[in-house]
Design a protein around this ligand. Structure first.
Ligand code: F6R
Length: 614
């Protein structure tokens, strides 16, 4: 949700910033812009609607020499996508330029006050209010720019990660954060900053994650200085990045999402590694073992998440209730935070977020901790906010997910939730050793089973041709397959723009069955599990109304094969592990349909990967 990049050093500032913007484009692609201060101090600002490619085309022939620069790729919140609303924004006197990720909630009040003082605004953005406020303070109090930034931050309500440069000063870059991510890369005589570490991982592995309420001052030839808003010096805590550059490239695939779908055997192996030990007999999840008293006394578990992560959370409910007999509620983080939640210190809250930065999930984490619950995070992005704000947690270790639609993170989340459920069951003795070992052994087979499912890609590509021109889809499943149906429908919606509804199969007859006709295919997730006979009758109900059916079934299934128009067979799996296997054909189906329709599958319209605003 908006990406920002900054660079100060002797490298090619423009090239580094543009490359960084491409890496952050998954965060938003409504517009892009760059501000450069050249060695003589001139400030050049270039910005344009659309993707970073448009910005590059726009910059041809411009003076792009610089000692310091900042850049931005936008996901529009305040004001439509346009050249004017594109960042960087600048003060009326043209002295300072700012890029911003986040939202300023009190921008209207601040804007009205600045207008009364004679400030003129060009854009509809909240960010322009911020830059004008900083400059107003600087001019009217006579303070330096860093002090003005600190003072402005104290007046702002909302979320921000900002980077600031000033005309006439090619040697200084200022950054600040509150609730939006910002990481600083420390190189040899050069310093980077960005919304995540991907823009600078090839230049340095040393990263400092700025904390809420901190201001960083980066000056040429001086060590990085971090203070709080009261100008008290804060610790510069340097982390070593483990990311590699190959993780950020397509590696021969036409799209990141396809690469990520095909990476799943490997990502699942990474996710399991060290956690399913003794040949599958023991589950070792350190965040559970280290906090075992919290899980032993837990009376209730509340899972909070958004989007795909929420679907993984729904599977987590089935897993934990089945294996641990602890009641589980699954809440959309955006609803949870405003629902007057009732939590006690006997509750455990599990927050799931690929990015670790989703604003609603982060807010839910803070509320839960304030209420005394023990909060366990499940994230992918190492060093992101949710892992830092939770009491304990577990990374899914699937590597950077660049495709905006989540695929490998979903299966990683479901795998970690399975391990979490098993680890709790191991502690509470709600599964026998035999049950645990059987599941442990089956988990070790999952990466190979996923490899087999991926071999179905050519078949799904052919099948996708049959379905590309449908305008509506119904996705149905029961039990563990119900959240898989929801996730399959979401994948189709977001990358192909085809309307799709996910439904519990038995609920269909309470309304959606009215929609069924030849024109609306039903995708039915129907592996052999304890609800199999029930879903067979749901398949018959769709068939009886002339609906076309694509069913995901267990290998060897004859009953549904005789009813459905098309079947996709997946390897047999214990019921609780089936979602990891059945979700993969649905990812491939959505991918191929979207490609057939010529859609931008890695950057679907209106979306951003990391939703750092409400
Ligand atoms: C869908 C998708 C989104 C995210 C949601 C939460 O493919 O990617 O629905 O799942 O925005 O994001 P995280 O998991 O980063 O909190």
């Amino acid at each position: 949700m908006c990406g920002i990049v900054g660079y100060l050093g002797n490298g090619n500032v423009y090239d580094i910033l543009i490359k960084g913007l491409h890496r952050l484009e998954y965060r938003g692609y409504d517009s892009a812009g760059i501000a450069l201060v050249n060695p003589q101090g001139a400030l050049g600002i270039y910005k344009t609607k659309g993707k970073v490619d448009n910005l590059e085309a726009y910059c041809v022939g411009k003076d792009l020499t610089a000692g310091v620069g900042i850049a931005h790729t936008r996901w529009a919140t305040h004001g439509e996508p346009s050249d004017t609303n594109a960042h960087p924004h600048y003060s009326e006197d043209g002295e300072i330029a700012v890029v911003h990720n986040g939202t300023i909630e009190n921008y209207k009040v601040l804007k009205d006050a600045l207008v009364k003082h004679g400030c003129k605004f060009h854009s509809e953005t909240d960010t322009e209010v911020l830059v004008q406020l900083i400059e107003y303070i600087r001019l009217n109090t006579g303070c330096d720019l860093v002090t003005a930034v600190r003072k402005a931050m104290k007046k702002i309500v909302g979320a921000y990660a900002i980077a600031v440069v000033r005309k006439g000063d090619p040697d200084t870059l200022i950054a600040a954060r509150q609730s939006s991510p910002l990481v600083i890369g420390i190189g040899d005589g050069e310093t980077f900053l960005a919304s995540d570490a991907t823009p600078f991982v090839e230049y340095t592995k040393e990263a400092v994650y700025l904390k809420d309420g901190e201001v960083a001052v980066i000056r040429r030839g001086e060590p990085l200085k971090i203070t709080n808003l009261d100008n008290k010096t804060a610790e510069v805590d340097v982390h070593t990045l483990e990311m590699s550059i190959s993780e950020l490239e397509k590696g021969g695939y036409p799209h990141f999402i396809l690469k990520e779908i095909f990476q799943q055997p490997g990502t699942l192996r990474d996710c399991i590694r060290g956690r399913v030990i003794n040949n599958g007999d023991t589950i070792a999840v350190s965040g559970i073992i280290d906090n075992k008293e919290k899980f032993l006394k837990a009376r209730r578990i509340v899972i909070v998440a958004c989007g795909t992560s929420w679907h993984a959370g729904l599977i987590g409910k089935y897993l934990i209730q089945d294996m641990c007999h602890i009641p589980v509620d699954v809440e959309y983080a955006s609803e949870f935070r405003y629902s007057n939640p009732v939590l006690t210190s006997d509750d455990v809250v599990i927050a799931i977020s690929q990015s670790g930065e989703t604003a609603d999930t982060l807010a839910a984490v803070k509320i839960a901790r304030d209420m005394g619950a023990f909060v366990f995070g499940i994230s992918n992005a190492v060093g992101s906010s949710i892992p830092r704000e939770t009491d304990a947690g577990c990374y899914i270790h699937v590597g950077p997910e660049i495709g905006v639609a989540s695929t490998k993170a979903f299966t990683g989340q479901v795998m970690v939730l399975t391990l979490v459920a098993m680890a709790i069951a191991q502690l509470r003795h709600t599964l026998t050793q035999e049950q645990l070992s059987n599941l442990g052994h089956a988990i070790l087979q999952i990466p190979d089973a996923v490899e087999k499912v991926l071999k179905l890609a050519p078949m799904l590509e052919r099948l996708s041709l049959t379905f590309t021109y449908a305008h509506n889809f119904l996705y149905l499943g029961r039990g563990y397959s119900y959240p898989v149906a929801l996730e399959g429908a979401l994948k189709l919606k977001e990358i192909s723009y085809i309307h799709a509804e996910g439904y519990p199969a038995a609920e269909m007859k309470h309304g959606p069955i009215a929609l069924i006709d030849q024109e609306m295919p039903s995708v039915i997730v129907a592996p052999k599990d304890h609800l199999y006979e029930k879903i067979v009758s749901n398949v018959q109900q769709v068939k009886a109304r002339g609906g076309r059916i694509l069913a995901i079934v267990t290998k060897g299934d004859k009953t549904i094969r005789n009813l459905a128009d098309h079947v996709v067979e997946v390897p047999p799996m214990p019921e609780c592990l089936s979602p990891i296997i059945t979700s993969i054909p649905l990812q491939l189906l959505s991918y191929y349909i979207a490609v057939n329709k010529g859609k931008d599958v890695d950057m679907p319209r209106n979306l951003a990967k990391s939703v750092t605003v409400e």
